[in-house]
Design a protein around this ligand. Structure first.
Ligand code: GDP
Length: 625
């Protein structure tokens, strides 16, 4: 077997001039050919690696690496972990480019901000959702779009199977999400999946702006998704599109011909009129949005819908948002994982690969995911399994510890952690005038660091939809002289949405202000609640050592954090294990009373020791909260 030539032939060896970079190896170009066989000559790594690992990855024997470093005054062993600088130097020396990938916690892939190289980014199809008031023609429009531009290769006529489809217009694709209505859009967003790039708002010209039109506007605005208005039913006699535009203006949707930036188009979904114009506008908007993705990476995306199919098991429609999903990939969805056994498009054609913006129906998942769940693909089963298991664990932990609900109290922590800059609020009041006034006053509270965004301020009871909107936008609902019914209340609970009800305007504003003050400066400080002196020691087999004590000041609460002081010195910091008055468990024991106590995980207490109970409290500017 011919040994690769890592070193130089003896005859070639020259003594390096002092200060000159010592290179004991062949010219870079030649080495590149010999070694750079993986990943097109780019060595990609994400964590520090050892000499042995690098050797394997770049296909250069360990002695060559060790020797190279040794000649530069670095003595390393085979298992030594190399720093980034050395890894870089070695890669260059052996003809590789190198790239350190940002370590992302793949367990939390829904929060993962995808970092792709600009060079890898390619244009991707826009994802469009159609919204509007009931009976304004959403379904008819979806059908009209679907049946337009059908080309033979699309297997026209075969009934479509999944809740999203792609349309090719002027050689470019547009992806339409089929489920019309706000619930789907908002429910997805509530689960963290913002899949929509553009909302087409259907408004019937004969009916004008109606409550669900306004809702759709609110939802799209809250999501920061641009709107294209399709004024429908233009075939009807005596309809006035200008009236619709004027009504929309009252909701800050300002058409281009009224000096705004919202594109509008007049259509008849029923007669198929204006559909091409609408599609052109979508393409134009998509171009303006410069939607790009990296087809080279492993896929990441969201579940659009799912079901349990009798013959095939869990089945889901996935939207690939970035990367390419390939049949055979392992995917983590929610807390489960599986292998993509079969992947089909909307015409039931089997696909091998699906790039960014493509909706696909897949089978092979181990459980039925929820719409809005994010998914991520991995090359190896081991990875997918590991991450799914981790996610399962953290979900359980989260469930145990309540939820990550957004409440006024929680805002504190989030703001301090730098995670919240905007406070989103939904206002429902007993009249439009009050709602407007509250909106105005709440927004006026914005400071340099925290912006109060009122997503919606309107008259009426707190509804399901308000809860969905709040949930999707991590907003708090303020109700003024209105109340949610039991069902809405339950929905709010399920979605961890906080509803704060008030009857007096300034109390509502105070509530907000107090929370914002807390947000700006919430310092956790320690507060001693009381002290007890240990006067007798009882040793009881299973229980351990009990301190018969006397509360000398304040009060001692069961389960409290404590410090054990001996001669004024802290000898242990921990937590009470139990607290009893006579034989019974006590919630708290006040100054002047006797009690028996144990310290969790600590038995070495002595007569004369002082138990000092304390708690951590949040301190706001105005004092302790
Ligand atoms: P959706 O509730 O928004 O999905 O509305 P549909 O698509 O079900 O339409 C409601 C009604 O309006 C149906 O009877 C449609 O036939 C009718 N419709 C929809 N588009 C048009 C249109 O462009 N012109 C006329 N005249 N009727 C339409």
């Amino acid at each position: 077997m011919k040994k690769p030539n890592y070193g130089v032939k003896k005859s070639d060896q020259k003594k390096p001039a002092s200060g000159q970079r010592v290179s004991n190896f062949q010219p870079r170009e030649r080495r590149r050919e010999e070694y750079a066989k993986v990943n097109g000559g780019v060595f990609v790594y994400s964590k520090p690696i050892s000499v042995a690992e690098l050797s394997k990855a770049i296909n250069v024997p360990t002695p060559a690496i060790i020797k190279y470093l040794f000649l530069r005054g670095k003595a390393v062993t085979i298992n030594q972990v190399l720093d980034d600088e050395t890894i870089g130097e070695l890669c260059l020396e052996f003809g590789y480019d190198f790239k350190k990938e940002k370590i992302v916690d793949e367990e939390h892939f829904e929060e993962l901000e995808v970092q792709d190289d600009e060079a890898d980014l390619k244009e991707r199809p826009a994802v469009v959702t159609i919204m509007g008031h009931v009976d304004h023609g959403k379904t008819t429009l979806i059908d009209a779009i679907r049946s337009s531009h059908i080309v033979d290769t699309e297997a026209g006529g075969i009934s479509q199977e999944i809740g999203a489809y792609q349309k090719e217009v002027h050689g470019k694709k547009i992806t339409f999400i089929d489920t019309p209505g706000h619930a789907a859009f908002t429910a997805m967003r509530a689960r963290g999946a913002s899949v929509t790039d553009i909302v087409v708002l259907v408004v019937a010209a004969d009916d004008g702006v109606m409550p669900q039109t306004i809702e759709a506007i609110d939802h799209a605005k809250a999501a920061g998704v641009p709107i294209i208005v399709a004024i429908n039913k233009m075939d009807k006699p005596g309809v006035h599109p200008e009236r619709v535009k004027e009504e929309l203006m009252q909701h800050d949707v300002i058409a281009e011909d009224y000096g705004g930036d919202v594109m509008t188009v007049e259509i008849s979904a029923k007669k198929g009129m204006g559909i091409d114009d609408l599609l052109d506008m979508i393409l134009l908007k998509a171009e303006m949005l410069e939607l790009k993705a990296n087809p080279k990476r492993y896929a990441i995306g969201a579940v659009l819908e799912s079901e349990l199919s009798k013959g095939e098991g869990p089945k889901a429609t996935l939207l690939v948002q970035n990367g390419t999903l390939t049949a055979g990939d392992y995917v983590v969805v929610g807390e489960t994982y599986g292998k993509i056994r079969r992947m089909t498009n909307e015409y039931r054609q089997v696909l091998k690969a699906a790039g960014p913006g493509t909706p696909v129906s897949v089978i092979g998942l181990s459980a039925v995911p929820s719409a809005g769940d994010k998914f991520m693909a991995f090359p190896e089963e081991r990875q997918a399994k590991e991450i799914a298991e981790k996610r399962q664990l953290s979900k359980q932990a989260k469930e145990r510890s309540g939820s990550s609900a957004m409440t006024l109290a929680d805002l504190n922590n989030l703001v301090n952690a730098g995670k919240v800059k905007d406070v989103n609020v939904v206002v429902k009041a007993d009249s439009d005038g009050t709602a407007e006034a509250l909106k105005h006053n709440l927004e006026k509270m914005s400071t340099d660091s925290i912006k109060v965004r009122v997503l919606l301020a309107s008259a009426g009871a707190i509804s399901d939809n308000d809860v969905l909107l709040a949930s999707a936008s991590h907003a708090i609902i303020f109700g003024f002289n209105v109340r949610p019914d039991a069902r809405v209340r339950q929905k709010a609970e399920e979605n961890h949405v906080e509803i704060r009800l008030h009857k007096i305007i300034y109390e509502l504003l105070d509530d907000m202000e107090a929370a914002m003050k807390g947000m700006v400066k919430a310092e956790v400080v320690e507060s001693v609640t009381g002290q007890a002196e240990i006067r007798h020691i009882y040793k009881i087999g299973k229980v351990g050592t009990i301190g018969g004590s006397y509360v000398t000041s304040g009060l001692i609460k069961n389960g409290a954090k404590i410090r054990l002081l001996r001669d004024g010195v802290v000898i242990y910091d921990g937590k009470l294990g139990s607290l009893k008055r006579f034989k019974d468990d006590a919630k708290e024991v006040k100054e002047g009373y006797e009690c028996g106590l144990t310290i969790e995980g600590y038995n070495d207490i002595k007569e004369g020791d002082i138990v000092e109970a304390y708690e951590m409290v949040e301190k706001t500017e105005g004092g302790a909260a």
